[in-house]
Design a protein around this ligand. Sequence first.
Ligand SMILES: Cc1cc2nc3c(=O)[nH]c(=O)nc-3n(C[C@H](O)[C@H](O)[C@H](O)COP(=O)(O)O)c2cc1C
Length: 360
Amino acid sequence: MSRAFEPVTIGRYTARNRVVMAPMTRSRAHGPGASPTELMATYYGQRAGAGLIITEGTQPSAVGQGYPNTPGLHTAEQVEAWRPVTAAVHEQGGLIFAQLMHTGRIGHPEIYREELTPVGVSPVRADGSVYTANGPREFVTPEPLDEAGIRQTIADFASAARNAIDAGFDGVELHGANGYLLHQFLATNTNQRDDAWGGTVEGRIRFVVEVTEAVVAAIGADRVGLRISPSNPYNDIVEDDHRETYRALLGRLDPLGLAYLHVGEGPDTEFTDELRERWSGTLILNPFTPGGYTGAEALKLVDTGAADLVSYGALFLANPDLPYRLQVGGPFNTPDYTRAYGGDHEGYTDYPTLAEAGEA
Ligand SMILES: Cc1cc2nc3c(=O)[nH]c(=O)nc-3n(C[C@H](O)[C@H](O)[C@H](O)COP(=O)(O)O)c2cc1C
């Protein structure tokens, strides 16, 4: 039997297994003011058998929203609406962290409920487009954050983390991966600043370090995880010196004693072992699977010691009872990507468990 089904420590908690639900934006926060709904409580409750659930990307501020109908954690209304979600997971003994995602330059003015423009590190437009209620729109040139804007953004992350705890979450994951704001500070093509927030490796990692320190001060290191994706070009990211950058970043963050580091592996898969060595705490790995998705074979990464836990996106989307299915060797439902973003219960809460499918 794989060690993936044995308990493991995550910060102040013990997870019942090492199968993590990876964060997945589903754009179904149809509640008032970008709030979660009862349907979302059903969805996460169905997946409570995970060792840890990491929620969809959740904006820590209004301007941090980059996609339609993603939930927030910056108003009292949103905090209230998240409570049934965290309760649904806890009722079944599960653990749930909120992923705090500020999308930075990835977004569009038409996505906001108020008059806002996406903010970024430098005035560098991302190549590509984003889907809005009015159809696809090209990304815009972001408004670069000034010193006061950077300080406010750091404070917004800390405040959203406190709100997460208030809403019943066990902790938060800071989204430092996949080309969103934190990653935009780290990457050489998006960070063209020559002040203390850019210029050198030390300058480029500073924002991520300070956001992490502020969130740690707000809720405690043992309730804070960080997701990174070194060498991942998603969202028009170019990292000229990713190894040097992430070595420096881990050098600063490892001593903080975070709950975990979540590595979304990029094309430079050879770098993963080094990250593992440089991180003394718990490591969650989401393996690089170009053109496909992470499958049952990834559990061996736990057995070889390459990672402490493995996270699953697509397979967890389609299989609410994924840990059980992995344990018995499948079969697995196939994810319907046409229903990934937006819509209702279809392709969301209607994937059957093995028992419901009558195949148990
Ligand atoms: C529908 C969908 C939405 C996603 N949204 C997010 C997100 O909000 N935050 C994030 O860090 N990653 C997001 N991802 C990436 C996943 O967390 C994961 O890294 C990716 O799906 C690869 O893992 P897999 O092969 O197990 O699917 C998303 C993936 C999918 C399929």
